[in-house]
Write a protein that binds this ligand. Structure first.
Ligand code: NI
Length: 260
């Protein structure tokens, strides 16, 4: 079994400090186990560059580059940031702009700043014809409004936490929906319902490692191998085999990221 992890943060300080062998140890252990590919996700300019370094080091690893809403506070010149991202996007192993979006849970950055960086990065995606990875935390309505303003930009709603109705609406608009550890949580009704309505050619799987470990690994450092439990849950909810989940999520990941 080889699963495609569409969203992980292996450069995170927690892997460096808490995983034996650090970032490289964690990536190697996963690739030697049930993991075929990983997209390492940027949340600011520094770790976007680190994502590219990891993608250069490992054939199976790809990178995305972007400014997370909570990291928008690091910068005071959005045009400079967009210019830097545009340079990074020329790298052949950069497959998306992300993660970008809105976070009204932590709400640690003024909403107008979050919105400015979100929209500017959507403009960049439109200009360069690159898929995006959307972080939408308790901001479903505003995220939908923004993506509707950019009808030619498509990509992934990552670690989806919206309703089945929202998933259906996004799929109709051409988006992919990615599920992570919370789909295994007893109280997570929304992702459990949503994962049933996403068509086979639009569903993706991810970890968001080191965050959001699935049951039975809650409280641990998440890693791509634990995606097995998320895949098992998706198989159960959808009434298919885990091999079928492996096949469709890998095909979909390669299609959305335009990997040969
Ligand atoms: Ni993330």
């Amino acid at each position: 079994m080889k699963l495609f992890d569409t969203h992980a943060h292996y450069d995170d300080v927690r892997f460096i400090n808490e995983y034996e062998g650090g970032t490289d140890g964690a990536i190697r252990d996963c690739l030697n186990d049930c993991v075929g590919n990983i997209v390492n996700i940027g949340t600011n300019l520094d770790n976007s560059k680190r994502s590219i370094e990891l993608a250069e080091k490992y054939g199976e690893v790809y990178a995305s580059v972007g400014i997370h809403p909570s990291d928008a506070i690091l910068y005071d010149d959005v045009d400079f940031v967009i210019c830097e991202l545009e340079k990074l996007l020329k790298h052949p192993k950069v497959v998306a702009i992300g993660e970008i979006g809105l976070d009204y849970h932590w709400d640690d950055v003024p909403r107008e700043t979050q919105m400015l960086y979100f929209r500017k990065q959507m403009e960049l995606a439109s200009k360069l014809d690159v898929p995006v990875i959307i972080h939408d935390r308790e901001a479903h309505g505003d995220c939908l409004d923004v993506v509707k303003d950019f009808p030619n930009v498509k990509g992934i709603f990552h670690s989806f936490s919206g309703s089945p109705e929202m998933a259906t609406e996004l799929v109709k608009m051409g988006w992919y929906i990615s599920f992570s550890g919370p789909v295994t949580y007893k109280n997570a009704k929304q992702p459990k319902e949503a994962c049933k309505v996403v068509p086979s050619d639009r569903i993706l799987i991810e970890t968001d490692a080191p965050y959001l470990p699935p049951v039975p690994h809650r409280g641990e450092l998440n890693r791509s191998t634990y995606m097995y439990f998320t895949a098992l849950q998706l198989a159960t909810e959808r009434g298919v085999t885990i091999e079928e989940i492996e096949k469709i999520t890998t095909e979909n990941a390669k299609r959305v990221f335009r990997i040969e």
